[in-house]
Ligand binder design. Structure first.
Ligand code: CU
Length: 363
């Protein structure tokens, strides 16, 4: 019966200790409401025919006897409905409490959501992106938070779904009843790659889990390695390319208020054609704009000043992360063939691109 209804409703397999019960309530609610709807349709149809307007009705008064059974029917339906809803509510509340209360011996895993990936950190110190390894037949409690916007952690096979909020922790627990790989989805629209924000829960036999703990992915069973590889691919799809991440980072740090990507010179030198070009320096000499020069310019802008520009760039030392610097360099590489305009010292007013002077900059 369970199997029939599950397939009829296109539900995924039930792989957590609570999934069957939750589906039970689902089936019950659906059957009762479908049954109710069918009953009403039938009764309505019967009344339609039984009490249809006949020619002689126009001459006869309405039969008064009809009033009493109607009252009876109404009372019965009212109490019936009340009873049905109370039953739903009682079962539902019990399930809700079970779902909210993790068993004492649950294994804790910390989950950080961000656009667009899930990161899992284990108390032992290991962490994984996109793949959550858990021992089967043991309760696991997830302690979750978000680094940016609201996400929602959803594992259909476990019938769990919980919002993940920035600046706040939420928890959810489950117990996988069988080893296997179960997809994780984000069910709160969280930006461009929301639909790619996926992952896998890989439930391992306790012995396999120990082996994984000791030896990593390579010592996990084949199905787990396959699922992990798939999660890896999905992650690559969700992550924007390095240059686009660089543009994101540059915008976030305000670099684009002074630098352009299209070749026009602004407060600072354009980034178009910058990578590996020869930069003439203030006070003589020149440098090749390689990774070392670019990084130095970001951390210590006064160390070497591009001739013709007023040295107004603040240092970003300690404010920008190495991955952001790397992404910005990739962005510069991606536009190294874009032609650049001549250096016209910025006069502190509106530049020829029409861009206004950036806020807070007095050259
Ligand atoms: Cu999300």
């Amino acid at each position: 019966m369970n199997e029939l209804l599950r397939q009829l409703l296109f539900l995924p397999e039930q792989r957590s200790s609570l999934a069957r019960e939750i589906d039970g309530l689902h089936y019950f609610v659906i059957s009762v409401t479908m049954g109710g709807a069918a009953l009403i349709t039938l009764i309505g149809g019967y009344f339609l025919i039984r009490y249809r307007r006949r020619l002689e009705d126009t001459h006869r008064p309405h039969p008064g006897v009809f009033a009493r059974p109607a009252l009876f029917l109404e009372t019965v339906s009212l109490f019936g409905l009340g009873f049905v809803f109370l039953t739903f509510w009682t079962i539902g509340t019990r399930q809700f409490v079970d779902l909210r209360t993790p068993p004492e011996d649950a294994l804790d895993v910390y989950v950080t959501a961000k656009q667009w990936m899930w990161k899992f950190a284990y108390p032992g110190g290991d962490s994984e992106i996109s793949v959550l390894y858990v021992p089967a037949r043991r309760p696991v409690r997830l302690i979750m938070t978000s680094r940016d916007v609201i996400h929602s952690f959803y594992v259909p096979a476990f019938r769990i779904k919980q919002d993940v909020l920035p600046g706040r922790y939420t928890t959810v627990w489950f117990e996988a009843i069988e080893p296997g790989a179960y997809p994780i989805l984000c069910t709160e629209f969280c930006g461009t790659s929301h639909s790619e924000m996926r992952g896998q829960v890989i439930a391992l036999d306790p012995a396999d889990y120990e082996r994984w703990l000791a030896g990593g992915v390579a010592s996990a069973p084949a199905f787990a390695q396959e699922a992990a590889a798939e999660a890896e691919n999905e992650l690559a799809e969700a992550e924007p390319t390095m240059p686009s991440r660089g543009e994101h980072a540059a915008a976030k740090h305000g670099c684009l208020r002074c630098h352009t990507l299209d070749g026009t010179q602004h407060v600072g030198p354009t980034w178009a054609g910058l990578y590996r070009s020869v930069v003439p320096l203030d006070g003589g000499g020149e440098r090749v704009a390689d990774e070392a020069y670019i990084t130095e310019s970001i951390m210590d802008p006064l160390a070497a000043v591009h001739r013709g520009f007023t040295p107004v760039m603040p240092s970003f030392r300690g404010q920008i992360t190495p991955p952001d610097v790397a992404a910005i360099i990739e962005l510069m590489k991606s536009i190294r063939d874009v032609p650049r305009g001549a250096v016209v010292p910025w006069d502190g007013g509106v530049s020829d691109t029409g861009a206004a002077a950036p806020e807070g900059v007095t050259p």
